[in-house]
Design a protein around this ligand. Structure first.
Ligand code: EPU
Length: 422
């Protein structure tokens, strides 16, 4: 089991990366699939489950409501019967993805209580779109300092137009609509592969969802669902972390299980920088030829370049040839790791949601701190190409999303160790 304690990654720069690494199941899929199990009694089995801290938090959340969970490597079994539809504050505050139980609980029990959402420390992350979409289906909410209480004795299908293609709002509304009376249409829905994965599991459970993966999702309500077995899609963000690693260090690697069709845009972007990638029968093959070129980029909802890729891409640009302008369009404040890269010798200036990255030949090892899952991983990646040892102090963020980042990078020949923080 991974733990949420303070760790140091110790990175000693080495040579090119060679070999292969297996990408685990997607964090941002499995957590929602686990939430969806609350909608049907019986034992659900999920395969390709990553051994990460957030899965443990979701198990605890489901158990606190009355479900039982059983984990073995790569598998989680969840047995659901009658549940108490209350997601306690102390668990919800640990993990933003806990909000995914709101739609399922309202659908099945007509009542749900949710502590205030916590999660990564990158700005204000409201759930107003989740709530207004669920209100369109007939739910009502009261909010207090402790959280949100929802009532939905009779969910009815309706047309929901999202102001922004929010991943979490699309998922919550889609799950609630599965058991609402009549037809729901979500317009401007998020199109992330994790949403299509969730819809695919819900359809196996008996839901009638069409259009997932596109901007319009249609859901015909059903009255009952059943427990199922489902395999989680691979984690595209983890795969992008390894792509960036080979970009920084050079070399040739195979990312087993990674799905090129989920990563077209990021592969195109790193391709413009000079990193070669191609789909392989077993995953994605990648080759880093040496120093890459700068390209401008902006984060966008899928199929654009995901905000989660950005820290790795900035780490690549920090040592690329030329100047790039990087624009963050999703989360305000998601540039905190830039100060840490600057400590390592990067030449980056931020202005609001823009960063100007002037590539330097080499970074230098330093003692830096990680502020969220992706920032921590990006600092480790950047350190692969620095002169001298880097220590990334991480208070548990990286293990929330990566089963064994250090071990995976070691499998590719990098020198990355973890130890308790000194
Ligand atoms: N937003 C609102 N109101 C809402 C919902 C969202 O204003 O009701 C805003 C957010 O504040 C943000 C934007 O809309 O500015 C996008 O948020 P979205 O709802 O799409 O994100 P999320 O569902 O909270 C998921 C992933 C994130 C990933 C984003 C964007 C999970 C558990 N998290 O978050 O992943 O960055 O989508 O793709 O699925 C990570 O894995 O490290 C991570 C943070």
């Amino acid at each position: 089991m991974t733990s949420h304690s303070t760790t140091e990654f110790v990175v000693t720069p080495g040579g090119r990366l060679e070999g292969e690494v297996t990408v685990s199941g997607a964090k941002n899929s499995v957590l929602k699939l686990m939430a969806a199990t609350t909608m049907a009694s019986g034992t659900h089995t999920l395969y390709n489950v990553p051994d990460i801290f957030d899965v443990e938090v979701m198990c605890r959340l489901l158990e606190s409501m009355g479900a039982t969970t059983n984990r073995r490597p790569g598998v989680v079994e969840i047995t659901v019967g009658e549940l108490t539809p209350v997601a306690p504050f102390e668990l919800v505050e640990q993990m933003r993805a806990s909000t995914a139980v709101l739609g399922p609980l309202l659908a099945r029990f007509g009542h749900a209580e949710l502590g205030i959402p916590g999660g990564d420390d990158f700005g204000h992350r409201p759930i107003d779109m989740h709530l207004s979409g669920l209100e369109t289906l007939g739910a009502t909410f009261t909010s207090s300092a402790d959280g949100v209480v929802g009532e939905a004795p009779d969910l009815m299908g309706g047309d929901v137009l999202l102001a922004f293609p929010s991943v979490g709002a699309t998922e919550n509304i889609m799950m609630a609509a599965v058991m609402a009376k009549g037809t729901t249409r979500i317009e401007n829905a998020a199109r992330e592969p994790e949403i299509a994965d969730l819809a695919s599991m819900l359809n196996k459970m008996g839901a009638r969802i069409t259009g997932s993966g596109s901007s319009t999702i249609t859901i015909e309500g059903v009255t009952e669902l059943e427990a199922v077995t489902h395999r989680v899609i691979p984690d595209r963000i983890q795969a992008a972390t390894f792509l960036a690693a080979v970009g920084v260090a050079g070399g040739e690697v195979l990312l087993r299980e990674a799905r090129y069709d989920h990563m077209d845009m990021v592969c195109q972007k790193v391709g413009e920088m000079g990193l070669r990638t191609s789909p392989d029968r077993n995953g994605i093959w990648a080759m880093g030829p040496g120093r890459l070129n700068s390209v401008d980029l902006q984060t966008l909802p899928y199929p654009g370049v995901a905000t989660d890729y950005k820290p790795f891409l900035v780490a690549l640009l920090a040592v690329a040839d030329g100047t790039a302008i990087v624009t963050e369009n999703l989360f305000a404040g998601r540039f905190r790791y830039v100060d840490e890269l600057v400590t390592m010798g990067a030449n980056i200036r931020t202005d609001g949601n823009h960063a100007i990255v002037r590539g330097v030949e080499r970074l230098r090892g330093a003692r830096v701190k990680s502020h969220d899952i992706r920032a921590g991983a990006a600092l480790v990646v950047a350190a692969l190409g620095a002169d001298g040892e880097t220590i990334v102090i991480d208070d548990g963020h990286v293990s929330r999303g990566y089963p064994d980042l250090a071990g995976d990078l070691r499998a590719l020949g990098a020198s990355v160790e973890t130890r308790p923080a000194s």
